[in-house]
Design a protein around this ligand. Structure first.
Ligand code: GLU
Length: 493
């Protein structure tokens, strides 16, 4: 019994972006669903644009999302190396094999010079104009070279590339998302498999690796559909089994244009910095182009996703990236994460904000847990626990001048704060349940609505016009800190 083998094959020319993460996730989910193997392969043949930093960035993004790989960088495996830059000899050998077996030929044309010559022949272009690369196809002149012509070029040590000799006919492959897709080979030029500098093109390296790594399913972006017939020809030329393909739809911005920086953050780790929880990101990405079929369940934990995932559930129409939806998922996942777990995640944020206290340590973090419970109902990002928890976390109150002006700017407001201070000194126990009726009675005794007393009190103890429920805030702060803050306020801000 062979198990499915899937791979994520990023080119480390940038950080892990949303589209790549979604591709990785679909591969990972299918591998986990089927008891298969998830391979991570780094396609770093473009040495100028690839860097170790970027590889690290990609690994970091995958780790944050919890997409662990069974073979690949750091973990190794029986089909390594998993960096294309370490497999160049293998690509050269396989390209030579194509020539030896009559599927490819040496090409001595300097590709750029050939293009210019061709454009000149076609007329219409001024000398020096860049030819329109898309419409240019190689005229196969090197396929027609006589053995003598070849001998002359070899003797002169002319650099040579290896071009695949595209056969006549058509190439069809079955795509698990789009069904059968057929390309007329007449529209496919004899493409370069190995460049004259000895570097493979993407088509060659990806096929050689997918064969060597026994990949059974290729799940990747729609933008690779047009590459697939060339790769299918290579599989066949090598006598290898063609893997199953599933091309997943593009991710678009709200304006229906391909997702890019103009739509906001595209780097996955940027969402981490913005305080999104990875469970939400995974849930959100999973539903970009996939749906569970029956029912309208949207909230999925990791294991539920694994249980529900299928390649058949991938949609053939493009997915739209909706940041508000991501926030909704984040709020939902924060709501279902235990306070203890949230406390663990928030700790580094508290430390870097300089508001960490030893009393928040695991063994005695009751007060931190209570703060989390208080803020959690409205939290969309974990960074909010620090931002909105400042009234509790920091010693000094940071006053919002507008809030002070609006709610503490009159002698009447200060008189009410003084009354609240007296009440807070005596209420017992100092709990929300006891504070609420006491302060409401106090308002009635002064002939004002509760808000007239609550708003100034809130600004006095939190510095802000908005906070979670004031009675809970007071309880959490505790009598001592509340009295100190009210006193400070009465002494003048
Ligand atoms: N390195 C390619 C990319 O990042 C992988 C393409 C593929 O999955 O075949 O687009």
């Amino acid at each position: 019994m062979t198990v499915p083998r899937l791979r994520f094959a990023p080119s480390p020319t940038g950080f892990l972006h949303v589209g790549g993460a979604r591709t990785a996730l679909f591969n990972w989910l299918y591998a986990r669903r089927t008891g298969g193997v998830f391979v991570l392969r780094i396609e770093d043949t473009d040495v100028e644009r690839s860097s170790w930093d970027k590889v690290e960035g990609i690994l970091e993004g995958l780790r944050w999302l919890g997409l662990d790989w069974d073979e690949g960088p750091e973990v190794g495996g029986p089909h390594g190396p998993y960096f294309q830059s370490q497999r160049l000899d293998r690509y050269r050998a396989m390209a030579e094999r194509l020539v030896a077996e009559g599927h490819a030929y040496y090409c001595y044309c300097n590709a750029d010079a050939a293009r210019v010559a061709d454009a000149a022949l076609a007329g219409g272009e001024e000398e020096g104009d860049a030819p329109r690369g898309e419409s240019w196809t190689y005229d196969r002149r090197c396929l027609r070279l006589s053995p003598e012509d070849v001998a002359v070029r070899e003797a002169a040590k002319q650099p040579r590339a290896i071009r695949y000799n595209v056969p006549e006919g058509a190439t069809t492959f079955h795509d698990l998302v789009h069904g059968a897709i057929t390309f007329d080979n007449a529209n496919i030029e004899d493409f370069v498999a190995l460049r004259s500098d000895g570097h493979p093109t993407y088509h060659l390296s990806v096929v050689v690796d997918d064969i060597d790594m026994a990949i059974s399913h290729v799940v990747r972006g729609d933008d690779h559909i047009s590459n697939t017939p060339k790769q299918v020809m290579l599989y066949r030329a090598f006598g290898a089994i063609v893997p199953a393909f599933a091309h997943v739809p593009l991710i678009l911005g709200a304006d229906k244009r391909r997702l890019s920086k103009r739509h906001g953050a595209t780097s996955v780790m940027e969402y981490e910095r913005q305080g999104f929880v990875p469970e939400a990101m995974v849930n959100f990405l999973a539903l970009l182009g996939w749906s569970p079929g029956s029912g309208n369940q949207e909230l999925f934990g990791r294991d539920e996703l694994i249980g529900a995932f299928s390649l058949e559930g991938i949609s053939s129409s493009n997915a739209v990236f909706n940041p508000e939806k991501l926030e909704w998922f984040s709020a939902q996942h924060i709501a279902s994460t235990s306070a203890e777990d949230l406390a663990r995640r928030i700790e580094p944020l508290l430390r870097s904000a300089g508001v960490w206290r030893d009393e928040y340590a695991e063994s005695q973090r009751e007060s931190l847990r209570r703060l989390i419970e208080l803020l959690r109902p409205r939290a969309k990002r974990i960074t909010e626990f620090v931002e909105k928890g400042r009234f509790f976390l920091a010693d000094a109150v940071e006053f919002d001048p507008d809030a002070v002006q609006k709610h503490l700017g009159t002698p009447a407001a200060l008189a009410l704060v003084r009354a609240v201070r007296e009440c807070c000194a005596t209420v017992d126990p100092f709990t929300a349940a006891a504070l609420e009726p006491a302060l409401r009675d106090l308002a009635a005794a002064h002939g004002v609505k509760p808000g007239a007393l609550i708003h100034p009190t809130r600004v006095a103890v939190t510095g802000q016009a908005a906070s979670p429920g004031i009675f809970e805030v007071l309880e959490l702060l505790g009598r001592e800190r509340v009295l100190a803050r009210l006193d400070a306020c009465l002494r003048g801000l």
